[in-house]
Design a protein around this ligand. Structure first.
Ligand code: ZN
Length: 275
């Protein structure tokens, strides 16, 4: 969390506001979020550079600078990126990690309550290497059931674990893995290599569908996730299994069960609908 729909929502909102903007000043309040970069190097790379493009890859927000550097923010559990056209309030400043003041005085801020997110800085070659190790993007047209089955075939791990593995498939985390498996009527613990062609096709369709519906609702806000405008998502009202352990299945009325045995995280499913 945030997963693909949340990060995509943030990117769609902030990209038009940031692309073409020059960063006049960058301030980093905390350094424990940094990966592959030191504070002085990050500040030096940002200050005076122009943001050429803002896009999403898997669960990352990628800022391509005119120097060719990529600043990559992964908001994880409690991070958000918001563009402000005013001064920040004291409360907003409290959790601000990175504050970039643009040449027209607007500010774009990465805030992270528990600082579980990360900021990376990679050059062109570093980025190409990194993105090459991530699996296909599920909302791209080239992501067909065949591509999906090909990325997962031969995997003996539980199917839930396999679809959350970013090297096999980009952008799916615990929320949408739970939801897609329910929609596809598949037991999350089933070994991936035992899936039939028909089951791969069903799961492919369910993943694409749940991600598109969540994106249409600006993502899922359970606690800290906010859109690029600082608003809550609405998909939490449409979740069928995630966080609903002990409640009734929307399909059959049987009580949904929770397990932590698949991947240490909460898996919620219906024993009757997902055999
Ligand atoms: Zn059921």
């Amino acid at each position: 969390m945030p997963e693909l729909p949340e990060v995509e929502t943030i990117v769609r909102e902030i990209a038009p506001q940031l692309e073409g903007s020059r960063i006049a000043r960058a301030e980093l309040k905390k350094t424990d979020v940094l990966r592959e970069v030191t504070k002085p190097r990050l500040i030096k790379a940002l200050q005076g550079d122009t943001i050429e493009q803002v896009y999403r890859r898997a669960k990352h927000i990628v800022f391509r600078l005119s120097s060719g550097h990529r600043m990559i923010i992964q908001p994880r559990m409690t991070g958000s990126v918001i563009v402000y056209e005013r001064e920040l309030t004291r409360d907003e400043l409290k959790y601000a990690v990175l504050i970039c003041t643009l040449s027209d005085k607007r500010k774009f801020v990465y805030r992270d309550v528990r600082r579980l997110g990360t900021i990376w800085l990679l050059d062109e070659a570093g980025w190409i290497g990194y993105t090459g190790r991530i699996g296909p993007e599920p909302l791209e047209e080239t992501f067909t059931p065949f591509v999906f089955a090909d990325r997962l075939k031969g995997t003996r791990t539980a199917v839930k674990k396999a679809i959350m593995d970013q090297r096999r498939l980009a952008g799916v985390g615990n929320i949408y893995a739970n939801e897609a498996l329910f929609d596809a009527r598949l037991n999350p613990a089933k070994s991936t290599h035992k899936l039939s062609v028909e089951e791969f096709a069903r799961l492919h369709a369910a993943i694409v569908d749940v991600l598109q519906r969540a994106l249409a609702s600006s993502g899922t806000t359970l606690r800290d996730y906010r859109t690029g405008r600082g608003e809550r998502g609405r998909f939490q009202f449409e979740l069928r299994v995630y966080k609903r352990g002990g409640e009734k299945c929307v399909q059959c009325g049987k009580t949904l069960v929770e397990t932590h045995e698949i991947d240490m995280r909460t898996t919620t499913y219906c024993k009757k609908c997902q055999r």
